[in-house]
Design a protein around this ligand. Structure first.
Ligand SMILES: *Cc1c(COP(=O)(O)O)cnc(C)c1O
Length: 275
């Protein structure tokens, strides 16, 4: 096909997702994909002089149906990331028999859905407003639960992307001290969706530098150990820049047909909507 020909001339862009990641349809497929990702994680760690034990792989199962999620569980996945709360809650209910399967909500949250997150989630990675923090705290107190949270930072400067601007994070951390049910673990970011690796890397550098700076002045009880950054198209760069958690969906489950614009407000101009 002419498609193949042009691909051999032009290397695939970082976020050229379709055709790169075949769909996993069996436990063996998942084992193979997971092994491949772990191998790349190890290689990136080696390049950066890091211990692979310091990088946690968070498989992202959004849009994936129950049958295939169960296969990924059989292949070893125990913590799964979901962008949309209702989808995650539905899956949590359906797979309650898998007692050690835990759920991480990694997408923007509206206050009226805080109730659901407080009920079932093990962690929430997209905290970027006091209103959401207040809603979560109230609901968590009612449930008698605590929640690990990550502050989402907008490192790409795209105005309509979720996340706090870096300069507002220090004050936000101070305000979070009031919420005893929220355990701050670190920061999360989405890099620029771009084929330009240098600009993608810059987003990760920005998050790490912010973390390093704020860690020294962090309020008591707020521990900024974790950097959740990197997805299927850019996790190796993120690891080179210090990621402790990489959120990887398509490289494990296979390419999604839902465009990324469904999950966050903008896609950069380099990203064509795909059919
Ligand atoms: C979907 C998603 C990911 C994973 O993206 P892939 O391209 O599937 O690896 C990571 N983080 C967030 C916030 C997501 O919504």
């Amino acid at each position: 096909m002419s498609n193949t020909e042009s691909q051999s001339l032009t290397p695939p862009t970082l976020h050229d997702q379709h055709g790169r990641w075949p769909r996993a349809e069996s436990v063996e497929d998942f084992q193979r994909n997971l092994a491949a990702v772990h191998e790349r994680i190890a290689a990136a760690c080696q390049r950066a002089g890091r211990d692979p034990a310091g990088v946690c792989l968070l498989p992202v199962s959004k849009t994936v149906d129950e049958e295939r999620i169960r296969m990924s569980y059989a292949a070893g996945c125990r913590l799964l990331g979901e962008n949309k709360v209702q989808e995650a809650y539905r899956k949590w209910n359906a797979m309650a028999d898998l007692a050690d399967l835990r759920w991480s909500v990694i997408g923007h949250l509206q206050t009226n859905k805080a109730k659901l997150v407080a009920r079932f989630a093990a962690e929430f990675q997209a905290l970027d407003s006091l209103r959401v923090a207040e809603a979560l705290e109230r609901r968590l107190q009612a449930e008698g639960r605590v929640l690990d949270v990550f502050v989402q930072v907008n490192t790409s400067g795209e105005s309509s992307k979720y996340g706090l601007p870096p300069e507002e994070v220090a004050a936000f951390l101070q305000s979070l001290r009031a919420f005893s049910a929220l355990r701050v673990r670190g920061f999360m970011t989405l890099a620029l969706l771009s084929a330009d690796a240098a600009r993608v890397r810059q987003c990760f550098v920005r998050l790490r530098e912010l973390r390093d700076r704020l860690r020294q002045e962090a309020p008591d009880g707020i521990i900024l150990d974790e950097l959740s950054m990197g997805m299927s198209g850019d996790y190796e760069i993120a690891i080179e820049e210090g990621a402790t958690i990489v959120r990887v969906g398509q490289a494990i489950y296979g390419a999604r047909s839902t465009p990324d614009a469904h999950y966050w407000p903008t896609v950069a101009e380099e990203e064509e909507p795909r059919s």
